[in-house]
Design a protein around this ligand. Structure first.
Ligand code: ARG
Length: 593
């Protein structure tokens, strides 16, 4: 009898379940995981690659199989009879090519149209994730690196959330540390009435930071006061705590504006939050004999690293690493997260590598070779470069203001849109509000997509011209592709909502079948993007999907053809999946362009 499969997990997971049953019947004496991939050749849709590995396990053990191909034949034959698979054949040394049944593919798509895309959520082996991303430093610049972290982190969060994983979105802001002594003293000096100040009164915090740094470097007496201020702050003196809070609040307001523009949700748990936990965590590590004295500091020596991980500085203060150890302890033991993910530039890889190893030495985490939870991952990313090939900066100021950057993307896309609409006389169909919303969706989306589409480890060049082009792999191109599908659906006289229930998808034409198969791969793509923490996988899927749609649309007439009901449903399904991809990438889809 066919096992109960409908709906649960990605198609790949479902095929794997069927293959697992076959493997148990074929070689009951060995326990193996099914190896199922998307088929690379043209003889199947998915393939099972277990036969070759199995052969090396069973040969010489008196097995009745003559060769790996024979095992492949048996795997194919033992696949349970069900409505998923149409046929299976064996190629070469034993690759089992599996062809999916057209009607099953069609039914899966139609189910999704009726019951919603959430029925295509993949099943991940994890329930709760901490995602530590964005994490700028108070009073310092929030630079493009933080923008990357924000965009990549948010997308990962959205993908996990879509897969029904609980995500604790954590903004690990740098709100603690010695720079606060200088900032507080400067605040006292510059704004004697600081307690009454509104959040805008200080003006630009980065300028404030620079000025106080200058004061610190130039005046020994000020420097002295600043150093005492750190001690008084950390000692919990009221006035210093209040000043610290004020500075954090001003900074937070600035950050929040960017998050609002980007539509990113985050919960701030800054470095200061973990500070009270540091002594007890270090105490534990110490009692395990992990912490040693070295040149006046307290450190953890880690195999494979020349320099140790410093956890207490020579002056007795805690640092970035001790904070991260305490935060990890908290996330594992209080928040009970199974997977803790950190999104920062690759420059911090060594830090993460070392402190993950320290956590393993302490027995907090299993050996990564065991592939078990809990686990930690560092999601590193490369630099954003300017047209000159150097680190991205704007001409006027040294730093790139994220708000300005998004504004520019929006105004550029608005003028392009206006020009185009004026040229083809369509401007009359648009309200100001529509124009504004659309340029915002297109502009902001372009910035995000340009960041997400590359493998995150590669550096990428920031170019408005490139990201706002309507050709090639850009968000603008994809927005157009989606809007075109919406317009096809609008043009038809048929009611798509009604068709979803009463109509039938048939995948008779080869291009329809290819499109249908690619649509149902959606869940496994999200699964892969989550597993490997690679948003670019989803971008690639979205782009390919729009290309496949174009091929289908070129070769299969929709409106006015006898197949209109079925093809309209395929259009709708493509639009739904594209929108869901946009949604996971944090991009607002537009329905008309
Ligand atoms: N504030 C740090 C920076 O700007 C990033 C923090 C990342 N998270 C962490 N738990 N270390 O570089």
């Amino acid at each position: 009898a066919a096992p109960a499969l409908q709906g649960a997990g990605s198609v790949k997971q479902q095929i794997s379940n069927l293959v697992a049953l076959s493997l148990r019947a074929t070689v009951p004496e060995v326990d193996v995981e099914p190896i199922v991939e998307v088929c690379t050749g043209k003889f199947g849709d998915y393939q099972c690659n277990n036969a070759m590995g199995l052969w090396s396990k069973v040969k010489g053990s008196g097995t009745s199989f003559k060769n790996p191909n024979a095992i492949g034949q048996a795997i194919a034959k033992n696949l349970p009879a069900c409505d998923v698979i149409e046929s299976a054949s064996v190629a070469g040394p034993g690759f089992v090519n599996i062809v999916l049944s057209k009607s099953w593919v069609a039914k899966r798509i139609q189910d999704m149209l009726v019951n919603g895309i959430t029925t295509w959520a993949s099943i991940l082996p994890v329930k709760r994730v901490v995602l530590d991303f964005s994490s700028p430093n108070i009073a310092k610049e929030m630079h493009v690196g933080h923008l990357r972290s924000t965009i990549i982190g948010d997308t990962l969060a959205r993908m996990f959330e879509f897969s029904n994983v609980e995500v604790l979105r954590r903004n690990h802001v740098g709100d603690w540390g010695t720079q606060f002594g200088m900032l507080i003293e400067f605040l006292f000096e510059k704004f004697p009435n600081w307690e009454e100040l509104g959040s805008q009164a200080i003006g630009d915090l980065q300028v404030f930071y620079k000025a106080s740094k200058q004061r610190f470097d130039e005046d020994a007496e000020f420097k002295d006061r600043a150093q005492q201020a750190v001690v008084r702050l950390q000692g919990g003196e009221e006035k210093y705590r209040a000043a610290w809070k004020k500075i954090c609040e001003i900074s937070r307001n600035e950050f929040d504006q960017v998050y609002k523009l980007l539509d990113v949700q985050l919960e701030e748990k800054g470095e200061s939050f973990y500070n009270p936990y540091i002594p007890q965590v270090l105490e534990k590590l110490s009692s395990q004999g992990l912490i040693e004295e070295s040149e006046g500091a307290r450190v953890i020596f880690i195999q494979g690293h020349q320099i140790p991980l410093i956890v207490v500085k020579r002056d007795g203060g805690f640092n970035y690493a001790s904070t991260d150890l305490a935060a990890l302890w908290y996330r594992l033991n209080v928040e009970k997260a199974e997977w803790i993910i950190y999104v920062t530039d690759v420059g911090q890889q060594q830090h993460f590598d070392m402190f993950f190893k320290a956590a393993r030495m302490a027995g907090w985490l299993p050996d990564p070779k065991e592939k078990k939870f809990p686990k930690t991952s560092h999601v590193g990313f490369g630099l954003v470069l300017g047209a000159d090939g150097k680190r991205f900066r704007t001409r006027s100021t040294e730093v790139v203001r994220l708000g300005d950057l998004l504004d520019e993307a929006k105004s550029r896309s608005k003028s392009e849109l206006l020009q185009r609409l004026t040229e083809n006389g369509k401007i009359v169909d648009w309200t100001d509000e529509e124009l504004e919303q659309t340029s915002k969706a297109v502009g902001y989306g372009a910035v995000k997509y340009a960041d997400l589409k590359n493998n995150r480890l590669t550096n990428y060049t920031f170019s408005f011209d490139q990201m706002l082009s309507d050709k090639g792999n850009t968000a603008v191109y994809l927005q157009y592709a989606h809007a075109r599908i919406c317009s096809i659906i609008r043009k038809s006289n048929m009611d798509v909502e009604e068709l979803k229930v009463s109509g039938n998808i048939s995948l008779a034409h080869p291009d329809e079948r290819v499109l249908g198969l690619y649509l149902i791969r959606y869940a496994e793509i999200v699964e892969e993007a989550c597993t490997n923490l690679l948003p670019s996988v989803l971008c690639e899927y979205l782009y390919n999907l729009s290309e496949m749609f174009t091929r289908f649309y070129t070769n299969c007439q929709v409106v006015g053809s006898p197949e209109e009901p079925s093809r309209l449903l395929l259009c709708e399904a493509t639009a739904v999946v594209m929108r869901q991809c946009f949604q996971l990438l944090g991009i607002t889809p537009v329905y008309k362009l």
